[in-house]
Design a protein around this ligand. Structure first.
Ligand code: HEC
Ligand code: HEC
Ligand code: HEC
Ligand code: HEC
Ligand code: HEC
Ligand code: HEC
Ligand code: HEC
Ligand code: HEC
Ligand code: HEC
Length: 414
């Protein structure tokens, strides 16, 4: 009797020494390994923090899983959101780690939280879908599914799933449209400051922004555009719910590089409204009675003319430079003209025709300055050449004259 007991004690020794902390890991090796790598291990969490049970009872599952010790078993999706969220709302607990404490509150208000907590929905996202369970990592850690550049794939796993989205009456186009957008491409290239899905929707409060909120979502980064849009007649229109602010013209997920076609080209008939349209979708550019249409047509024409003028002038300056002229001043004027044009572009959001035309005229005047400069240099060169040829001619005549004079007396003596 004594010997087997001693052997048993020996066998149990490594397990018992673990018991205070991770006794559960004796039987659950896989979970223990993942937990050891997670941020929660460094935060002092053990299996019991989330599951309850008796970590010192390593001899049998029944003892370890005792209900009397508060064992919860495998939590349901709703339960896990509540226990992750409750701890993460605990200001006392979170303060020393500098973590926000509003995630559960935000999650409850989201379409995800409502579906999971109120309707026990099996599809909608919980904390686990975006952070993992045993392998939770810091969101700044590239291993986390919530890491900046991994967010589109994390959301996309569900939001690109046609069948799942159909069940909920949500379009499944967001991940694909976003991946092809200016934002998506720049994010994939690792550019800082570019939005992912969570920047516009908030990871925890996830909901589509309402038509009156879009501008502030986009405007968090595009401040100039926001301020100018607020000054335009369209701001009031959008507050009446007749325009989805930025999204009306630029689209939400498929934001592309804007061009002058936004002013005066009608979108194709079967165009997807989520991709944005332009002035023509609301104004008639052929109707002199539609002030918006008149302005849109004038802006399209004005921007294209300025751009074309700049391009022609640049070609002219390059050509003159290739002939060996020094054109640094003219290049500087063109750069200034380009800057004026670039600064005129966001003014489009004010729809203030006189202000934009003024900016375009400033660009024109710098182009003119450059052209006057190069033409002046060419003229000077030509004058110099003419003068040069004239000088050469005079010299030639004098030389001829002298030669004749020298030959004449020679002939006389002969
Ligand atoms: C002696 C081995 C043993 C120990 C110790 C043990 N478990 Fe288990 N555990 C099992 C086995 C076997 C199962 C699968 C069968 C079952 O559901 O009971 C299981 C299942 C579970 C499940 C899934 C339950 C479900 O409803 O699917 C959880 C959660 C769990 N254990 C947590 C713990 C925690 C926490 C501890 C420590 C307090 C612990 N276990 C200690 C053997 C053990
Ligand atoms: C931060 C909270 C947390 C901690 C800490 C934690 N778990 Fe879990 N565990 C969960 C959640 C949430 C689930 C449900 C996962 C799911 O549904 O995908 C789970 C599921 C399980 C399951 C069931 C797995 C299955 O596939 O059915 C076992 C077993 C388990 N945990 C054991 C452990 C053990 C052992 C530890 C300690 C090493 C531990 N857990 C630490 C939150 C935690
Ligand atoms: C739909 C995906 C998603 C869901 C659901 C989700 N999160 Fe997050 N979470 C993220 C993303 C993305 C970030 C990083 C960006 C941010 O902070 O908004 C983040 C950040 C965090 C952070 C770090 C906050 C900080 O202070 O830096 C914590 C903690 C967190 N989440 C906990 C939770 C908890 C708890 C739940 C469940 C109640 C949850 N999350 C649900 C995606 C999600
Ligand atoms: C018992 C309290 C507790 C529970 C339950 C809990 N956490 Fe945590 N969590 C913490 C603490 C403490 C930290 C900070 C650890 C550190 O920074 O070292 C943390 C850190 C995190 C972080 C990293 C934040 C960052 O970027 O720095 C995320 C994400 C997170 N938890 C998500 C979850 C999820 C998801 C669950 C549920 C599966 C969960 N937590 C359950 C206490 C808890
Ligand atoms: C695990 C699957 C899953 C993940 C991951 C997920 N979602 Fe969802 N999401 C859903 C489901 C399902 C719904 C529909 C819920 C409902 O029925 O109201 C939804 C709803 C939404 C809605 C509201 C749509 C509407 O018109 O009602 C938004 C916005 C949203 N999710 C954004 C996100 C973002 C952003 C992420 C990533 C940070 C994300 N989701 C991650 C499954 C997911
Ligand atoms: C640049 C900001 C921005 C980014 C980035 C963004 N969204 Fe959106 N999203 C919006 C706006 C604005 C709307 C509402 C558009 C509307 O009302 O027409 C929207 C709508 C949605 C909807 C609701 C669609 C419906 O059918 O009801 C879902 C779901 C969604 N986005 C998911 C995502 C996912 C997933 C990602 C990342 C792949 C993402 N969004 C990235 C701005 C953004
Ligand atoms: C988190 C910050 C952020 C948010 C939010 C954001 N953007 Fe952007 N946006 C950027 C960055 C960064 C670029 C890339 C600038 C570059 O590389 O030229 C960009 C590029 C663009 C461009 C192309 C402009 C150009 O000429 O490069 C447009 C148009 C645009 N965003 C519109 C929007 C709209 C509309 C929304 C809201 C639905 C939005 N953005 C939300 C940061 C943001
Ligand atoms: C009524 C249509 C319309 C609305 C609404 C609109 N834009 Fe624009 N946006 C344009 C046009 C037109 C251009 C200029 C295109 C060009 O000249 O190349 C532009 C250009 C831009 C650019 C590029 C600017 C640059 O300097 O290159 C950004 C960024 C942008 N918009 C963001 C926004 C944001 C953010 C909002 C909401 C606050 C918004 N837009 C609302 C039509 C619109
Ligand atoms: C979603 C529809 C919509 C789009 C797109 C749109 N507008 Fe408008 N616009 C309106 C409405 C509605 C009014 C207000 C008309 C009124 O109050 O009489 C308006 C007013 C204007 C006005 C002031 C008209 C006046 O009577 O003083 C101008 C200028 C204007 N828009 C120019 C533009 C330009 C330029 C674009 C493209 C960059 C554009 N709009 C795109 C709907 C739109």
């Amino acid at each position: 009797m004594r010997i087997p007991a001693a052997i048993l004690a020996l066998l149990l020794l490594p397990a018992v020494s673990l018991a205070g902390e991770e006794g559960c890991g004796v039987c659950h090796g896989a979970e223990r390994l993942r937990h050891e790598q997670s941020v929660h291990r460094s935060g002092g969490l053990t299996c019991v923090s989330c599951h309850g049970g008796d970590p010192s009872a390593v001899e049998s599952a029944e003892a370890a899983h005792a209900e009397a010790k508060g064992f919860l078993g495998r939590p349901s999706r709703a339960q896990s959101a509540l226990f992750c969220g409750t701890c993460h709302s605990d200001v006392g607990r979170m303060r020393s780690f500098g973590l926000r404490t509003d995630v559960l509150e935000a999650y409850r208000s989201s379409h995800h939280g409502k579906a999971v907590l109120e309707r026990d929905d099996p599809d909608a996202a919980t904390c686990l879908d975006c952070h993992g369970s045993h392998d939770v990592a810091r969101v700044m850690d590239p291993r986390s599914p919530a890491y900046r550049s991994r967010v589109p794939a994390t959301c996309g796993r569900c939001h690109g799933d046609e069948a799942m989205m159909k069940r909920h009456g949500v379009e499944a186009t967001a991940p694909r449209d976003f991946a092809g957008s200016v934002h998506g491409r720049r994010l994939a290239e690792g550019e800082p400051g570019v939005p992912n899905c969570a920047s516009c929707h908030d990871a925890h409060a996830a909901a589509p922004p309402g038509s009156g909120e879009v501008a502030s979502v986009c405007g968090a980064c595009h401040r100039d555009a926001l301020e100018m849009f607020r000054r335009s007649p369209h701001f009031a229109v959008s507050l009446r719910g007749e325009m989805k602010q930025c999204v009306t013209c630029h689209g939400n997920h498929a934001v592309g590089l804007p061009d002058y076609d936004l002013f005066d080209r009608p979108p194709p008939k079967d165009a997807d409204p989520n991709r944005g349209t332009g002035c023509v979708s609301c104004h008639d550019i052929a109707d002199a009675g539609d002030r918006g249409g008149v302005v849109a047509a004038a802006l399209g024409k004005g921007f294209r003319e300025t751009d074309a003028k700049l391009r022609d002038a640049k070609a002219r300056v390059d050509d003159v430079a290739s002939r060996g002229f020094f054109v640094e001043d003219e290049r500087e004027s063109l750069a200034q003209a380009r800057r004026e044009l670039v600064q005129a572009v966001p003014l489009a959001h004010t729809a203030d025709l006189p202000a934009i035309q003024l900016a375009l005229r400033r660009s024109h005047s710098f182009v003119d300055e450059a052209l006057v400069g190069v033409e002046g240099k060419i003229r000077e060169e030509r004058d110099r050449r003419i003068l040069g040829s004239f000088g050469a001619l005079v010299l030639f005549v004098i030389a001829g004259f002298l030669a004749l004079r020298r030959r004449r007396p020679a002939a006389g003596t002969a």
